[in-house]
Design a protein around this ligand. Structure first.
Ligand code: ADP
Length: 407
């Protein structure tokens, strides 16, 4: 019954004496496997080439080719590396040494007179091993196939979404420009000439179109991250950070922020995007400040595979329950009147890191500051590290860049 349900494997019986073949057959018949008989070495090889054989059972002494030779031939052939060989012989076990150079697969031995239980046990083990290996290979293939299909599906829908975001934000620019210019014209010509109510409406319209402009541009930036055709180069993260801080000069000066950093590595990356990454994270660290002067510290350490960067601030902090949400598009935890922004900065960071095979997350508590972490693979990076430089930026006016590794 079981024999019908399981995948039967082929067992090749080789002997020049038909009586012996019948004997093997009688012993192995109730294993429920498929028994194939060959009466010469040549015949055996023909079967091996035609069918998938799990176990070869053969006599060491045959007229055309001896069992050892045949076993050697089988062993040399990569196609048969999973085929087990059981030699039947009256000769001593140590003769098996003759097969040493080829024993990439299982080779075993039964002596004559054959004890049926022993032969059955050996054949069963090898047949089972073969069957299990085949099943595993099949499962593996199916799994790989499924993973490949899912990945293709995912990247297709991802691409479609990105294409949509790109087209939408790109095509929205034109009508928005029109609305915005006419509202500006209206303001220039008629502000203060109609009445106070009209002035206010015009102001709202101007603010609305400016905001929409900001959002559309942010969305466009977002959808362009994967489109960037700039290649990955060696990027000194210390230099990238300094460039980001230059872009943040205004915010730094106005807030008197203190920014320090530890030693930062050289990685292989898209330079513009690494600058943007630092700019968004440090910009947020300063923007979401509490009552104290903002203090930001950037450093990196090595784990098994990645560089793990951290950007730590002493700002307002984040409720842990929202720690995942803030990386989604347009997700903000505060009103615009409190803290300006579009809610796209961290989604851009996440996307940049996905493109670089990295991750981003945050550790924070309200009122206790935040620590944003992100990783960049070391294998993209070169081993060279910059010298232990200290100020995180060209010293900005009004802002104090801390010296040394404060971390
Ligand atoms: P934006 O800064 O334009 O609001 P982001 O995507 O950069 O958009 O950030 C999303 C939200 O995450 C912010 O609105 C803010 O609520 C929170 N956040 C980001 N960085 C910090 C930080 N360093 N400290 C406290 N909250 C932060």
């Amino acid at each position: 019954m079981e024999a019908i349900e399981k995948d039967r494997v082929n067992i090749l019986l080789v002997d020049d004496q038909p009586a012996k073949l019948l004997g093997y057959e009688a012993i192995l018949d109730d294993l429920g496997e498929r028994l194939i008989k060959a009466n010469s070495g040549k015949d055996a090889f023909q079967h091996l080439l035609k069918e998938e054989i799990a176990v070869v059972l053969m006599d060491v002494c045959m007229p055309d080719v001896d069992g050892f030779e045949l076993a050697s031939m089988i062993r040399q052939h990569p196609r048969f590396e999973r085929t087990a060989i059981i030699l039947v012989s009256a000769v001593h076990m140590s003769d098996l040494d003759r097969l040493k150079g080829y024993t990439s697969g299982a080779v075993d031995y039964v002596s004559v007179p054959i004890i049926p239980e022993i032969l059955r046990a050996k054949v069963t083990v090898f047949a089972e091993l073969f069957r299990k290996t085949k099943q595993l290979e099949r499962l593996n293939q199916e799994l790989e196939q499924r993973v490949a299909e899912r990945t293709a599906e995912l990247s297709r829908s991802n691409e479609e979404l990105q294409q949509f975001a790109y087209v939408a934000s790109h095509d929205l620019q034109e009508p928005l420009r029109m609305v915005s210019s006419y509202v500006q014209l209206l303001a220039r010509r008629y502000q203060g000439q109609i009445d106070a109510g009209a002035d206010e409406y015009i102001r709202f319209a101007l603010e609305g179109s400016a905001r929409m402009y900001e959002l559309i541009n942010a969305l466009l930036d977002y959808s362009r991250i994967d489109k960037a055709n700039s290649s990955f180069v060696r990027v000194d993260c210390g230099v990238a950070l300094a460039r980001a801080l230059e872009n943040l000069q205004l915010l730094m000066n106005e807030s008197g922020a203190e920014v320090s950093r530890g030693e930062l590595p050289v990685v292989r990356a898209d330079e513009t995007q690494i600058v943007q990454l630092f700019q968004n994270l440090v910009g947020n660290a300063i923007k979401f400040r509490g009552p104290d002067v903002p203090r930001v510290h950037i450093e990196a350490r090595q784990d098994a595979r990645d560089w793990v960067f951290s950007v730590r601030d002493n700002g307002i902090g984040i409720e842990p329950a929202y720690a995942g949400r803030i990386f989604q598009l347009f997700q903000r935890l505060h009103g615009r009147s409190e803290y300006p922004g579009t809610g796209i900065g961290l989604s851009i960071c996440k996307k940049i890191l996905e493109r670089h095979r990295g991750r981003i997350w945050v550790e924070s508590q309200p009122g206790k500051g935040s620590m944003f972490h992100f990783t960049l693979p070391q294998d993209l990076g070169a081993s060279a590290r910059p010298p232990k430089t200290t100020p995180a930026s060209p010293e900005p006016k009004g802002a104090r860049a801390l010296r040394g590794d404060a971390g």
